[in-house]
Each structure stands twice: as C-alpha cells, then as structure tokens.
Design a protein around this ligand. Sequence first.
Ligand code: NAX
Length: 335
Amino acid sequence: MNSPIRVCITGAAGQIAYSLIFKVANGEVFGIDQPLILQLLDITPMMGVLAGVEMEIRDCAFPLVQKIICTDDPTVAFEETDYAFLVGARPRSQGMERKDLLKANAQIFKQQGEAIDKKAKKTIKVLVVGNPANTNCLICQTCAPSIPPENFTSMSRLDHNRMISQLSERLNVNNDQIFNVIAWGNHSSTQYPDVSHAYVKKSSGEIQKIKEAVNDDNWIQNDFLVKNQQRGAEVIKARKLSSAASAAKAACDHMHDWVQGTSKDKKTWVSMSVLSDGSYGITKGIFYSFPVTCEDGKYSIVKGLEIDEFSRTKMDLTLKELTEEKEEAFTFLKI
Ligand code: NAX
C-alpha cells in the first residue's frame, strides 16, 4: 500500500464539498490504492455542520481514509498538504455588489495563500473552485511565493463538461464521442465556449468537425454560447441552489487529469485555468482558461491553434474582465 497523501478541502461544510469529499475518499481522483488523510477546513460557525459531515465520512467506512482532521484554522488545514481543493468562498448575499464580493474573497484567498506558503508541501497542487475562481487563484498564488506558480490552477472544467453535454445532446451521440472543446478565459458569463477545433467521433469511427456536424453557425455562435455562459444561472433558477454535484464531478475530473494525465498521444485536451505564459496573446500573469494536456503531474498549454476573428473578439473580452478583476483585487490588497 502507498503511504497516505494529505488532501485539503476547504468549504468542507458546503454543498459542493458534500459531493466532492466522498468522491475523493472513494479513490476517484487519486486512485483506489492511494490512502488519504482528509484535512477539512471551514469557518468557525460551520464547525457543527462539519462535525456532521465527519460522522458521515466515518460511517462510509472508506478503506482509503486513514485520518480526518476538521478545523477552522488554515494553518492546520494546510499542514504538509499534497493536494488542495479550495472550494470555500464567501457567497454573494442579496444586494452585495460584485466589487464587495471580490474584496471579501480576496481576503480569504490571501490568508489561505499565506498559510499554504508556510505550511504546505512545496510540491502541493492547488485547485481553486470558489468564485471568482480565476482571480482568487491569482491572489492565492501571489501570496505563496515559495510554491512554484504552475502548482496553482483554477476550475473551468464544469464549463468544458457542459459544452460536451450540450453538443452530444444536439448531435445525439454519447458524451465520450465529443473531443477538443475549449472553454477560454474566465469562469464567468464572459467565458468563451469555442468549438472551432472540436470534433465528433461517430459510432462508425468517422471523425467530423463539430462545425460541420452541427451545420448551423447561428446555433453555435448564439444559442450554444449563451446557454453555456448562462448555465450556472439556469441551474440556480431551477434548484434554488447553485451547481454542486456537477461542480464536484468537474473538480474531480480536473485534479484526476492533472495528476494522472490526459490522453497519452496528446491529441485530445481538457480546459484548465492556468497562469498565462503569453500564449494566444493572453497577458502573462493572469489565470486564464486554456486547452491543456497533462503528463507526469504537469500541464502544458496546447500551442499553435488557429484563432479566427470571432474567437479573438470573445477571448479578448473575457481577458478584459480578468484584467479588471486583477486590478481591483490587487489595489484592494495592496499587492
Ligand atoms: P456553499 O455556500 O454551500 O459552501 C461554501 C462553504 O465555504 C460554506 O460552508 C462556507 O462556510 C465556507 N467558507 C466560507 N468562507 C470560508 C473560508 N474563509 N474558509 C473556509 N471555508 C469557508 O457553496 P458551494 O455551493 O459549495 O460553492 C462553493 C464555491 O464554488 C462558491 O464560491 C461558488 O460560486 C463556486 N463555484 C465555482 C464553480 C466553478 O466552476 N469554478 C462552479 C460551481 C460553484 O458555483
């Protein structure tokens, strides 16, 4: 048996964590032969709820879970951590402006970045889920200068998965027949769901570009795009709660692929928000969702894809939003 890894999940008493913790504990991310120590963080008023979550984890009698630590102290939660899912964030309350939300979360992710810097393993891999995820990730990474910047990523996999699902429904194929969609940019309503390089592998084995298979540019550029950008809001309207199980599944997909690798031939990719290296004209120093492949625990941005004028405009728009978020957060935090 391998020695246990330490996995920290923040927002552990919240609704995404209520799916995520159990999938991680079941071996769906790090493997069915990888024992775990769960380090669960939430805020002080949620410690009672977290105690209930802990009881349920224990009652599952997971073979892989060796120890559960529940805490409201980030320096305890990030102690020697190997992998962290930063899910916990301040939700937008009624009447709260976007700017105030950004500030409240900037403080949280600054504090957690500092704790990661002090306490976690230097090899830690961090996935930020809590919104505004890309900018929270940038703050966290900036506040943890002793950790390599490439060890921080934020989640756009839910957007990626939503694209696959919409296309498979439209083309009446299975989800695993759709490849190489890209969610570019911010995890927000400006994200750009791009199918320019995507294809469908038909049951006959034939490969067809999505644009040809759909054969309706208006649907791709309008209905499909808006549906993806607004999907989170649609779920909230129906459920009266934001996406939780699908977000947890996406977080598992993201970490799984980062750690275990994407397809060996590197011909297919996934979407991940990572620190821009200037690829595709995206300003360096911003967490932006790109197509990536992963191998040996490292991601690489897929290079050299052709970007048409329509895509360029959309990619720049979401970049503009991220640049503004960065400026606001950094000005507020004086970093
Ligand atoms: P919940 O409100 O159910 O849970 C959040 C939990 O975080 C709560 O238990 C809260 O007490 C805790 N928390 C707050 N401040 C904390 C802190 N400083 N340290 C530790 N824990 C803290 O929200 P949930 O539905 O679980 O969503 C969590 C976050 O994910 C939200 O910010 C949400 O907007 C974001 N999402 C991000 C997605 C993405 O694709 N990146 C998709 C789903 C989701 O909307």
